[in-house]
Ligand binder design. Structure first.
Ligand code: DC
Length: 666
């Protein structure tokens, strides 16, 4: 999960492989609420773990539901339902920016009665809710606006319910208001309750999901067209016991588009999406029809999809997107690769989503070089005329997960420009591991994957600085010294003398190394501590002088150069292993400063020793590393020198990031 301020996606060249999608957000949050309102326990399998579901779970717990984990890896949630009775009748609930939590909880709590305050992030307080509040007030619910009229935050107070008249609700701003009512009204259906929709109902597929899931929980809503819905008298929620959440069809759209845009990686035939397929109950599954119109080749099974490039360049289309409001954003980015102007119509609901998505998409598409016309409820997109008309852009994401995800696809641009995604962690709303999933099925030319090298003598703080830099940029991290330490350790274990060059090189060539977070494994053994001793460092320095050992470790080190980028520390990262690195830093500090730092680390771990003794050791090791024949320690020709004797780690990191930024085209 990236928590960097920006993520630079290198120009991507091809795609291929399989992805498993996280659970659908719309289904997850509906199921959680229905399970909470039901009698008995519901085990929810493949629940989406994301910001929006976390908000819902936290609120349900506050209201007295029990939530437990089950399954081998805690992947299933067991919800102890309230049986239509609130345990907690007073609460202040924070809804984040989760419309799928805010709207239905407002309806359910208003009908169940109690004193509740529901608020969210600032954007939530700009998302309209008046149509739902008006409908609930017709029912006798008591609801006050605590901020601006028509918008959250809200205060709910007990009211006198009147259920004898049909309830009217507008359906042309968001279908979530109708969904909220349909999920809440069974709680009070002592008599049949009729809901009538005013205006054209938008996003009908989401209402179909609602009706479908209500049925799973024992509620059969009668429907007369899309204007009139009746909740039968005596409706009662019943837990289905167990329920599976299917993969998110809106999230599938990015990988469907990927398969349509990217040429296949050698030896791989397109993209396989697992967890959602032709049997999906989600409306956004119909994105496949739109993607096919644009040229994608798609095969499906009940719960998987296979996509490859069909027609190229893609075909420009004109489409009413009312049935796929969320996935249609992905079409806007596919339009960048089309042979003409694409027109997406009937997308007015975009204006009241996580951000004003019409304005946001128009602005960001233009930054990339597209010509965009924006209307009240449409977008008209003409791609850059030729490769040279594409522009390098930092994409603003407006705290909107879908903008971050769909613009990642711009990295296939024919101009081979990288794309910067600002605030990439906003994808956590529905798909926390989106970028990891994307990079697991995409390839870039090796030369396009950036590398930052931090070389320098022992105890200069390279490791800490490199790891922090990697974290800040969302890049991989290679601690090359660990590989020399491991080789020396494994050689000693195998009874191979450290000066036996052939023997140590053989061991280095077949090193069964595995990095798992901060731990390093040799085979099945966690050797993280064992290779960090001073003796292990000295042994590493000895074997590192053998040129055969250095050659043996070369491919392994280079294999760390993976999307989206790498920060590598060592002695010869910039001079030998990654000579084409975009930024090379030679980090040093005075021998005394380094000895003092090492002394501080050592007194907590090994037997205490004097600073002077450590300094002598360091100097001996530096001398050997610098004077050896093979890849001696020295600054690369074009390295930046950083002496951190008097610099804090934060200041050193800022300096590295500033230099890095200077190499970037954004
Ligand atoms: O960075 P470190 O202290 O973990 O490295 C241990 C030894 O490995 C170091 O003294 C020299 C050697 N080494 C090397 O020769 N080349 C590298 N790229 C990294 C480490």
């Amino acid at each position: 999960m990236f928590d960097s301020e920006y993520l630079d996606i290198p120009p991507l060249a091809s795609a291929g492989g399989a992805v498993r999608l996280p659970g659908s957000k719309s289904i997850s949050n509906r199921v959680l609420l229905l399970a909470a309102l039901s009698h008995g326990q519901t085990t929810v399998h493949d629940l989406l773990a994301s910001d929006d579901t976390a908000v819902m779970l936290a609120a349900l717990k506050q209201l007295g539901c029990t939530v437990a984990k089950s399954g081998r890896n805690g992947e299933s949630a067991v919800i102890g339902g309230l049986g239509g009775q609130l345990v907690q009748r007073k609460a202040t609930l924070f809804m984040g920016n989760a419309g799928t939590a805010m709207r239905p909880l407002t309806a359910a709590l208003a009908l169940l009665g109690g004193e509740f305050e529901l608020s969210g992030v600032p954007r939530m307080h700009e998302r309209p809710i008046a149509d739902l509040v008006d409908a609930l007030r017709q029912l006798g619910c008591s609801i006050e606006y605590l901020g601006n009229e028509g918008f959250p935050p809200l205060r709910l107070l007990p009211g006198q319910l009147k259920l004898d008249q049909p309830i009217h609700v507008r359906g042309d701003v968001s279908s979530q208001f109708l969904t909220a009512l349909l999920m809440a009204l069974p709680l009070v259906a002592r008599r049949a309750i009729r809901v009538e929709v005013i205006g054209e109902l938008i996003s009908r597929p989401y209402i179909e999901i609602t009706l479908n899931l209500l049925k799973r929980f024992g509620i059969q809503i009668e429907r007369d067209g899309w204007q009139r819905f009746t909740i039968p008298a005596g409706s009662q929620y019943r837990s289905p016991g167990e329920i599976h959440i299917e993969g998110d069809a809106s999230s599938a759209s990015y990988f469907i588009a990927l398969g349509a845009i990217a040429g296949s990686t050698d030896g791989q035939n397109g993209i396989e999406i697992m967890g959602v397929g032709a049997d999906s109950i989600q409306g956004d599954i119909r994105f496949i029809e739109a993607a096919r119109m644009m040229g994608a080749k798609i095969d499906s099974t009940p719960n998987s999809l296979h996509i490859s490039r069909g027609i190229w360049p893609l075909k420009a289309i004109e489409l009413d997107c009312n049935h796929i409001p969320d996935a249609a954003m992905t079409l806007a980015v596919m339009a960048l690769y089309a042979d003409g102007t694409t027109m997406l119509r009937n997308i007015g609901s975009w204006r009241v989503k996580e951000t004003d998505r019409i304005a946001a998409m128009a602005c960001e598409l233009q930054k990339l070089g597209a010509t965009v016309e924006e209307g009240a409820d449409y977008l008209k997109i003409t791609p850059p005329r030729q490769a040279s008309a594409w522009k390098c852009a930092a994409i603003h994401t407006y705290d909107d997960h879908r903008i971050a995800m769909c613009f990642s696809l711009a990295a296939f641009n024919p101009a081979e420009l990288p794309v910067r995604i600002l605030d990439p962690k906003c994808v956590a709303k529905t798909f926390p591991d989106y970028f990891e999933a994307l990079f697991s099925v995409t390839k870039a030319k090796t030369a396009d994957i950036p590398v930052i090298c931090i070389d320098g003598p022992t105890a200069s703080g390279k490791g800490t600085l490199a790891a922090l830099t990697a974290h800040r940029l969302g890049y991989h991290y290679l601690d090359s010294g660990a590989l020399y330490r491991l080789s020396a350790f494994a050689a000693s274990r195998a009874g191979v003398a450290l000066d036996d060059e052939d023997g140590v090189a053989r061991i280095a060539r077949e090193l069964p190394v595995r990095f798992a977070g901060c731990s390093i494994f040799l085979g099945e053994e966690d050797v993280s501590k064992a290779i960090r001793t001073e003796a292990a460092g000295m042994a590493a320095s000895r074997i590192s002088a053998h040129s055969q050992v250095r050659t043996a470790l070369m491919d392994l080190q280079r294999s760390f150069r993976e999307l989206p980028g790498l920060v590598a520390d060592g002695r010869d990262m910039g001079t030998v292993v990654f000579p084409d690195a975009s930024l090379k830093i030679y980090l040093t500090a005075s021998a005394l400063h380094r000895a003092e730092r090492r002394h501080k680390q050592l007194i907590s771990k090994e037997k205490p020793t004097t600073i002077a003794a450590i300094q002598l050791d360091l100097e001996a090791r530096d001398a050997r590393d610098m004077s050896r024949q093979a890849a001696p320690l020295k600054p690369a020709d074009n390295a930046r020198l950083l002496d951190n004797s008097y610099l804090s780690i934060e200041k050193s990191l800022d300096q590295v990031i500033e230099w890095w930024q200077g190499t970037r085209p954004f």
